[in-house]
Design a protein around this ligand. Structure first.
Ligand code: CU
Length: 423
């Protein structure tokens, strides 16, 4: 029955939204005193806290993009906010390891927040219907991570879990900022940049990064507690969380644990910038590599101004025991005007999971590959919703040793139709 939560909620939003599609973008997000009823607009730190924008979990984005757009309902002292998307894709990745597929990705985010005399309370939830697809997910050459049918997933992106977040955040006013306490059975620890589906630089990009498991794969973690201090221009946090990645049964809530830890420092010097550095020691993340831990360092710089959102990021993932695998990512989204967006991404990563077969001579060897991707999206405003139609092209650079497995010139494309409520 729990399968029905998401469509029911999105259905309610869909019915209610067009009739109430007023633009309240000038609304002061923090001052909700005089508001009542339901409206479409934005809330959040963009208006209230200057340079600090809110990303996934407790992460920050530039203040210029951190406000949350969506459907808002006032219920007494509580502000309820819904946003999300459903996106249909056709992707075709060429070469011996390529595949093609029609698939649907989705996310719904429901947040309830209220101000108190001592601070703020937020109840956060996020859901996806991606468990409807086969556990092996969808084609994405050179992407690896998590499992399907008992084996590691290679050259595909895993589906996300039904429960992407079930967490609460309490802000206790202190000085110019607040002490934060965040946690729940499903959440995101203070490690890495804001997850790809929540950052402006990836807003229109239909393909998940092949470096997902270097930067933001901990965005769905079963068991998280984070404490920290959040000031308008900086934030420092530490988390205890479960190291094991989600398993391939995507409908359930897995047993929370606190066997791993991380720290993150974030600087938002102006509304255009957010910089973070983080480090985590993750206990046995991969079920197919028992006894192997991971030490992950990430640093990222996010920029947002006008219609431009960009991110540059670095990660060093040390297998313990084992090698250090580094990754670079550059990502950009440029909204030329209300109707046209260009986007792109370049990733470079040393991956040792491309040949999971123990008898393969390339098994467990780090192999450095580069992905180049560029795309375009056309936006059709539909009341409170945005329909984006677009596509992207991908090409890869790799050592000749991979020719037998991948062909000499693997490439791919994805076309998509994405319906979003808010962003
Ligand atoms: Cu993910």
């Amino acid at each position: 029955m729990k399968h029905l939560i998401f469509p029911a909620l999105l259905g309610v939003a869909a019915l209610a939204a067009p009739a109430l599609a007023q633009d309240h973008s000038g609304h002061e997000g923090h001052d909700m005193g005089g508001m009542s009823g339901m409206y479409i607009g934005e809330m959040g730190p963009k208006d209230s806290a200057g340079p600090s924008g809110q990303g996934s979990g407790t992460s920050r984005l530039p203040g210029n993009e951190g406000a949350m757009h969506g459907l808002h309902i006032m219920a007494g002292d509580w502000m309820l906010m819904a946003h999300g998307y459903v996106s249909a894709q056709y992707t075709d990745h060429k070469g011996p390891r390529g595949d093609d597929k029609v698939y649907v990705t989705s996310m719904a985010m429901l947040t309830a927040g209220r101000d108190t005399v001592w601070g703020k309370v937020q109840l956060k939830s996020m859901f996806s219907l991606e468990p409807l697809m086969d556990p092996s997910g969808y084609p994405n050459l050179f992407a690896t991570g998590e499992t399907a049918h008992g084996a590691p997933i290679v050259d595909r992106q895993h589906p996300h879990d039904l429960f992407m977040e079930l967490a609460a955040r309490i802000d206790l006013d202190a000085g110019k900022g607040s002490f934060i306490l965040y946690g729940g059975p499903v959440g995101e620890p203070a490690l890495g940049p804001s997850a790809f589906m929540h950052r402006g630089s990836a807003r229109n990009n239909p393909e998940p990064p092949i470096t997902h498991h270097w930067f933001d794969s901990t965005h769905i973690t079963y068991g998280v507690i984070t404490v920290g201090y959040s000031a308008p221009k900086w934030q420092i946090e530490t988390s205890a969380f479960r190291g094991a990645e989600p398993d391939e049964r995507r409908w359930n809530i897995e047993t929370p644990k606190l066997d791993s830890w991380s720290v993150r420092a974030t600087l938002n010097p102006s509304p255009a910038w957010s910089l973070q550095a983080s480090y985590g020691e993750i206990k046995q993340p991969e079920s197919t590599h028992p006894g192997e831990d991971e030490h992950r360092f990430t640093a990222s710089a996010h920029y947002a101004r006008g219609g431009l959102s960009a991110m540059a990021a670095f990660s060093a993932k040390k297998r313990v025991p084992g090698e250090t695998l580094s990754a670079w990512l550059g990502e950009v989204n440029w909204d030329l005007d209300r109707h046209n967006s260009l986007f792109g991404r370049i990733e470079n990563v040393a991956n040792d999971e491309l040949f999971p077969d123990h008898h393969d001579p390339l098994h467990d060897l780090p192999i450095r590959v580069t992905k180049f991707q560029a795309g375009y999206a056309r936006h059709v405003p539909l009341g409170a919703f945005d329909l984006a139609l677009g596509g992207s092209l991908s090409a890869f650079a790799k050592p000749a040793a991979l020719d037998a497995a991948y062909g000499s010139n693997p490439w791919g494309y994805t076309v998509f139709a994405k319906l979003s409520l808010g962003s």
